[in-house]
Design a protein around this ligand. Sequence first.
Ligand code: HGY
Ligand code: MN
Ligand code: MN
Ligand code: MN
Length: 407
Amino acid sequence: MIRATSTWLTFKRRFQQICQLSDDTIGQNRLVYSPNWIAAQSALIHFGQQIGLTTIVDNYGNVYLDLPGKDNQVIATGSHMDTVINGGRYDGLYGVLGGLQALHELKERFGTPQHTLRLISFSEEEGSRFKTTFSGSKYYALQQTVPNLTDSDGVSFEHARRTAVSQLQALKNTIVKRPVIPASFTELHIEQGPRLVTSQDQIGLVSGIVGQRRFTVTVKGQSNHAGTTPMNNRHDALQTAVNMITRLERIAHQLSDSLTFTVGQLTVSPNASNVIPGTVCLTIDVRHADDSVLNQFEQSINECLNRVTDPLIKVTANRYVRDLPAAFDTTLLSQNEQIARRLGLSARVMVSGAGHDSYVMNQVSPTTMIFVPSEGGISHAPNELTHPADLKAGIKLLMASLHAQAY
Ligand code: HGY
Ligand code: MN
Ligand code: MN
Ligand code: MN
């Protein structure tokens, strides 16, 4: 029997260790297949082997830690350890180490389960290094592979993947395979928004995820001299981009107050103070619970392109993510509702505004998510924070939920 304090200290030690492995100066940076990412996945394999779990690595670098059961049905939990650039400490990592903590305690307290319990650390969820998202869970759940992509340094996904994964698969006692799909999947995650803090609930029981679309937009105008080119004779790519963004922001508000519209990346070329910008590249991230609203917004993007009449300015848009709104399993959700009540945890049912690997797992297994509050609703930023009492409550609920399914 392991005492509550020792399990919390174990969680904290593992958490600190993985955070320190990543560049902690300006937030967490663990981009997929980077040295920080390899170090974190290797540390997780080591944690699993320390407590007698079976460690498996597939060809995309997903790491699976199994607590073998009496039969071969699998009950899974997990999340991701890759981060956004200069991200927070809890997005993804909490679900991986919280899931490991739950398996560790279940093993210590209840021994061998009826069904195999699996903790998954997906290789990549964020899409921070390559213009693709959920590549790890899509590989595991849907056997999908990534087309030839390169990162901003020109490194190909394939080269980065092979180099990183070979190091993980070379670790002692790791099994190389893509394991079977689980009978259920539960992801423990921070909310990444303000609703639980506002409603003062300890737990969010997630009924689904909003739809999400991501675009790259390229505006090609004409560079020219900032001082000699008259204002009425310019083909300024940045001005065109600014007008488009301003117009789309206004349309977003008109369409729905729960639509989110974000231009997260914007590069200007040649990016010199005395040169009229010739080219601007930007990204659009738009989300809503209703796909028809996203259709309307995408229509507005296309209308913006057609509103550019200057023959020397070309605007193109490429959609590279289209995720439909997802509804999670209702049986798992109501089971967790009852368990939360039994544990005396205040819980509310909610939809996730953030994307998660659960979106992919939900296409192959009954899936649900458990949220804990994000202080100030902040996430994807170094000051992302969830208080210890909330971290513990989430692990406690996850553990009871996995116990109900696997023993
Ligand atoms: O962007 C998202 O919604 C998630 O955090 N990857
Ligand atoms: Mn996440
Ligand atoms: Mn994230
Ligand atoms: Mn059973």
